[in-house]
Design a binder for this molecule. Structure first.
Ligand code: RB5
Length: 151
């Protein structure tokens, strides 16, 4: 997974953490596109979630990272889009499991909840962990079946 394409976005409440994550990832092998927001001026998190989720669903991005104040609203919004599995992770165990077990394609975090040091560790683990497949593949397929058929 050396050249993952990553879509990243935040609302105003996640802006500073987004900027820090971008700074960290820019020095690495990842290709990053910043979908905003670009200042601490108030915006609506569903607008940013939509852009990043769309990028992951059909814009050629392998993964997405979304930050808001709590990581909750922006994740709820992203998960409304077909094919998106956004996981709210504020610890590295969950970050690893969300990739291994759930094949999460978007990571969400809340800048008002965690500090930048932990957030960087979470991002690192989340980007470096692969999907385990097997029985987890069957379960993820069942999630997608619910999404596709409504049952
Ligand atoms: C913005 O005030 C805040 O509601 C938002 O960043 C997020 O925490 C929503 O879930």
């Amino acid at each position: 997974m050396s050249s993952l394409k990553i879509a990243i976005g935040s609302d105003h409440a996640g802006f500073r953490l987004k900027e820090e994550i971008i700074r960290m990832l820019n020095g690495q092998q990842y290709k990053i596109k910043d979908f905003g927001t670009f200042s601490e001026e108030s915006v609506d998190y569903p607008d940013i979630a939509l852009e990043v989720a769309r990028g992951v669903r059909d814009g050629g991005f392998d993964r997405g990272i979304l930050i808001c104040g709590t990581g909750i609203g922006i994740g709820i919004a992203a998960n409304k889009m077909q094919g998106i599995r956004a996981a709210l992770c504020h610890d590295t165990f969950s970050a690893k499991a969300s990739r291994e077990h759930n094949d999460a394609n978007i990571l969400t975090m809340g800048e008002r909840i965690i500090g930048p040091g932990l957030a960087m560790d979470i991002v690192k683990v989340w980007l470096e962990t692969g999907f385990a497949g097997g029985r987890h593949g069957r379960r993820v397929q069942k999630i997608m079946d619910i999404e596709n058929t409504g049952i």
